[in-house]
Design a protein around this ligand. Structure first.
Ligand code: ZN
Length: 141
């Protein structure tokens, strides 16, 4: 999917992209982890590799020193996945650590994938970063 300013933002906000996650993709720093999480989801929808990389904590399991190879991995994931729905289930804010629990519905090669994840975010130098995620057992459908 190509980003288009007047499109409804894929993050589930029901707002236009230009009034929602686009400002973060264009450089504004999200003021909390929930906004960061949603903007990362829409960055996946639009294949904005650099944004995903920029907002990933260096201790994340997917973190790669080799940016070119990392970009290739994200690109192939984005190209082979349809991001159909994001639903926020819970948000626990904090000064330096925050948690967002969400449900996401994706599909890949005609196969539906849905899962719930509790994501952990750390604030590093005043900027929220995605640290890690834990899949939850009782997935909604
Ligand atoms: Zn959005």
């Amino acid at each position: 999917m190509k980003p288009s300013p007047n499109l409804i933002c894929p993050c589930g906000s029901k707002q236009k992209y230009k009034k929602c996650c686009q400002v973060f993709h264009h450089g504004k720093v999200p003021s909390n982890a929930l906004l960061l999480m949603k903007s990362r989801y829409s960055a996946y929808c639009f294949g904005l590799l650099k944004y995903i990389i920029k907002t990933t904590h260096k201790d994340n399991i997917d973190f790669q020193e080799d940016i070119i190879s990392w970009e290739k991995d994200i690109k192939s994931f984005c190209e082979n996945t349809n991001f159909e729905q994001l639903r926020i289930l819970d948000f626990i804010d904090g000064d330096n650590i925050a948690f967002v629990t969400f449900y996401a519905k994706l599909s890949s090669n005609g196969e539906d994938i849905s899962f719930s994840e509790k994501s952990k975010f750390y604030k590093v130098n005043d900027i929220w970063m995605y640290h890690s995620g834990e899949f939850l057992e009782n997935s909604l459908s």
